[in-house]
Write a protein of this length. Structure first.
Length: 117
């Protein structure tokens, strides 16, 4: 099971620590490098997250992103002007996350919208 912790640093960055099963460590490291390239605008190829974390779903990404921002489902729902039940359904993958909703989620959670697709 993934365990993610974050520690704010004094230079305006955040140190992320991820504990993963040893057999997935190389794949997770490659995926994180790919994400950094995407966010940082690097031109090098990235590793699709689905290759590294095949059990990852848009709902799990949403739940994790919301947790990292220390937001409740109700707070996120308010930010999106949608019912709280919709957030819950998206996190359980019972409601699909379309492109427009992904863009709204990306803006509300301050991350690339493609992470939710």
């Amino acid at each position: 099971m993934l365990e993610l912790t974050r520690k704010p640093l004094t230079d305006g960055t955040v140190c992320l620590t991820v504990n993963v099963p040893s057999e997935k460590a190389d794949g997770v490291a490659a995926a994180l490098e790919g994400i950094l390239r995407l966010v940082g605008g690097y031109d090098e190829p990235t590793v699709p997250a689905a290759e590294v974390l095949p059990d990852m779903t848009p709902g799990k990404v949403l739940r994790g992103a919301r947790g990292l921002r220390e937001m409740t489902q109700a707070q996120l729902a308010d930010a999106l002007s949608i019912p709280k039940s919709n957030v819950s359904e998206m996190e359980r993958d019972a409601r699909p996350i379309g492109k427009e909703m992904a863009k709204r989620l990306g803006k509300a959670l301050d991350m690339p919208y493609k992470a939710f697709l």
